[in-house]
Design a protein around this ligand. Structure first.
Ligand code: ZN
Ligand code: ZN
Length: 171
């Protein structure tokens, strides 16, 4: 469970995200609190998307005492520092992830699972795309549909209702 290094070592680490956060806090005259760094430390151990609740549970499970508002405020700071990005997929609570190379989110509307994928052709198209009187900074692509697990379940459910209907007709 505890793969997190000592917090003092972490604050002094050469990790680019830690550096950027320290610079950000300096630039904005904000205090470099243990809580803020502990939250970043846990975020850097997460692969992919997370919710505020999930992050809070992770921090709690390591025995750090951090209030929900501190978690929330730190996430806001990390977004402003260009370390995190927020995604709000239709019908779901906000999710966050570290800013990485552009990628596509495939969202299953049945179970809510989100798969991430890279599409080099689409990325090349977007990189070359220019807009009139507009400077593009970044983009997000959300694709909604059904994951293979849900598709199988739906198919099975459909088959059993067809069988049932046939039986009902015979009776
Ligand atoms: Zn699904
Ligand atoms: Zn993503």
């Amino acid at each position: 469970m505890t793969t997190v290094p000592n917090i003092e070592d972490f604050v002094d680490s050469t990790n680019p995200f830690v550096r950027r956060f320290s610079d950000y806090l300096d630039e904005h005259g904000m205090r470099k609190t243990t809580e803020r760094y502990a939250i970043l430390q846990h975020i850097l151990n997460i692969n992919g998307l997370f919710t505020i609740e999930g992050l809070q549970q992770l921090v709690d499970s390591d025995g750090f005492r951090v209030s929900r508002s501190t978690v929330y405020n730190t996430v806001e700071l990390l977004m402003d520092a260009q370390i995190l990005r927020r995604h709000v997929f239709e019908g779901m609570q906000a999710q966050y992830e570290r800013i990485t190379l552009p990628h596509t989110h495939l969202i299953c509307t049945s179970c809510g699972r989100v798969k991430e994928t890279r599409d080099p052709n689409f990325a090349a198209f977007m990189n070359a795309r220019r807009y009139n009187a507009f400077n593009a900074d970044h983009y997000s692509l959300y694709v909604y549909g059904t994951c293979s697990t849900c598709a199988r379940k739906l198919k099975r459910a459909k088959q059993s209702t067809t069988k049932k209907n046939k039986r009902d007709k015979q009776l």
